[in-house]
Write a protein that binds this ligand. Structure first.
Ligand code: SF4
Length: 213
């Protein structure tokens, strides 16, 4: 089986297994996802979803958050870790949204990448989830799983993995595929040395099935 064929098999199996997989960060406006993805670095999505409730209670829109001091933001977001740098990026980001984009999140990958604290992973997430555009989100689950499955071979660099996946995954499938990898990575193909291959729907096609990966 070629890698392209393997990718299609995996996509279809994971679709059946996790039909409703979506973003695990809660948001109802684009700018809130921007805030949440910054807070999610080295923090669980579950904790971010709790912390942002306090943040939005005090600063309910882009203008309010852009006017807040870094210290005020840090005080609320510090349970997510890296409080000062996250607060500094969120503050700078909201100021740019307010001053350059009329309070809106730009629907352009390169413009998103220029926002403070926004890397390729976050920009892809926003393009896919907010704007419904093709996206490949190479987070820790994605990188671990696609290596184990045999879609990429021993590559850990997020951008290199992203570039390979763009060639293997049909563009319209990328965003949902990456969400499903997160679900599968949490529930079955976990980060532990020996994942739960015995109950994996990919066991017959996976390159690392049953092997300590
Ligand atoms: S067979 Fe094992 S290593 Fe492969 S995807 Fe499933 S759980 Fe992960």
């Amino acid at each position: 089986m070629t890698k392209e064929e393997l990718a299609l098999v995996i996509i279809e199996r994971l679709k059946k297994e996790y039909p409703d997989a979506g973003c695990t960060l809660d948001y109802n406006q684009a700018w809130k996802l921007l805030v949440s993805v910054r807070l999610a670095a080295q923090c669980t999505d579950a904790r971010v979803n709790v912390v942002v409730q306090d943040l939005y209670r005090k600063f309910p829109d882009v203008d309010a958050l852009a006017s807040a001091s870094v210290e005020e933001i840090e005080e609320i977001v510090k349970p997510c870790g890296l409080g000062h740098s996250k607060a500094r990026d969120i503050s700078a980001c909201m100021k740019i949204l307010k001053e350059e984009y009329g309070g809106k999140v730009p629907d352009d990958f390169d413009r998103l990448l220029k926002l403070p604290g926004v890397g390729r992973k976050s920009a892809n997430l926003i393009m896919g989830d907010v704007f419904g555009k093709p996206a490949i989100v190479t987070d820790t689950h994605c990188i671990r799983l696609v290596n184990r499955m045999g879609l990429v071979d021993g590559i850990r660099d997020p951008k290199k993995v992203e570039m390979i996946l763009w060639k293997l995954i049909p563009r319209e499938e990328g965003s949902d595929f990456c969400h499903r990898l997160v679900y599968h990575g949490r529930e079955v193909c976990t980060a532990r040395t020996k994942p739960y291959c015995d109950r994996c729907v990919l066991a017959d096609v996976c390159g690392k099935c049953g092997v300590e990966a």
